[in-house]
Design a protein around this ligand. Structure first.
Ligand code: G6P
Ligand code: MG
Length: 219
């Protein structure tokens, strides 16, 4: 039975994944590296420092820890600038309605985002009260694809992992959901997210018919 739906934030509820990309691309440019959209897929779902490590590896640059902290802070400053100008209308169409439908069916709704800015983003979108449980990047020790964030959210919701369905746009996130023993709906490319049970191009394409269909699939 699916008793809870756990949503990733960036790229699933709102297009902040694009703001992360713009900020990382700007940082990479300063380092003399041109970060592509394809390479950016590797940065999705993982922590800020992990993302920086990937960029440095791609650019073939090695830096000490204090320099890395400075660059990660710089990127975050730009990201926060983009996000602070965001309006509640930027939430993907249909997502609020979907959450409402799930809740009306007695399904619990959780948020599991690796971002330390997740609380700010959901406050700006005015959806902080929609979630029965929230776990963000400041509450975990292991980044996706480790299952910790999803297991923690399920525990907060009081639902067994096998009764949870995750919505994810990141490859690392889909892997984390599978490692947690949860079902997973991918949002984005069916090729990149092939480990998901179902893939849609946008979150609002998911409906109750898909929910019923997934009830019958074993994890
Ligand atoms: C999310 C995004 C990643 C981002 C990470 C950390 O998982 O998908 O692209 O790097 O959060 O975000 P933060 O806001 O803490 O830098
Ligand atoms: Mg995401």
């Amino acid at each position: 039975m699916i008793r809870a739906c756990i949503f990733d934030l960036d790229g699933v509820i709102v297009d902040t994944a694009h703001y992360h990309f713009l900020a990382w691309k700007r940082l990479a440019n300063e380092l003399g590296y041109n970060l592509t959209l394809e390479e950016n897929e590797r940065l999705k779902g993982v922590s800020r420092m992990q993302s920086l490590e990937i960029i440095l590896e791609l650019a073939g640059i090695s830096l000490n820890d204090s320099h890395k902290e400075i660059l990660a802070d710089k990127k975050n400053g730009w990201f926060v600038d983009y996000v602070e100008r965001m309006l509640p209308e930027e939430i993907y169409p249909g997502v609020k309605q979907l959450i409402g439908i799930l809740k009306s069916r007695g399904i619990k709704v959780g948020l599991a985002s690796s971002s330390k800015n997740a609380q700010t983003v959901i406050r700006l979108l005015q959806i902080q009260h929609e979630f029965d449980a929230i776990v963000d990047g400041s509450m975990i020790s292991h980044t996706k694809p480790h299952p910790e964030i999803f297991l923690k959210t399920a525990a907060k919701l009081g639902v067994a992992p096998s009764d949870c369905l995750v919505f994810e746009d990141a490859e690392a996130g889909v892997e984390a959901a599978r490692a947690a023993g949860m079902k997973c709906v991918g949002i984005g490319s069916p090729v990149l997210l092939r480990k998901a049970d179902k893939v849609f191009s946008k979150t609002s394409d998911f409906n109750l018919a898909t929910l019923h269909e997934l009830q019958t699939i074993s994890n």
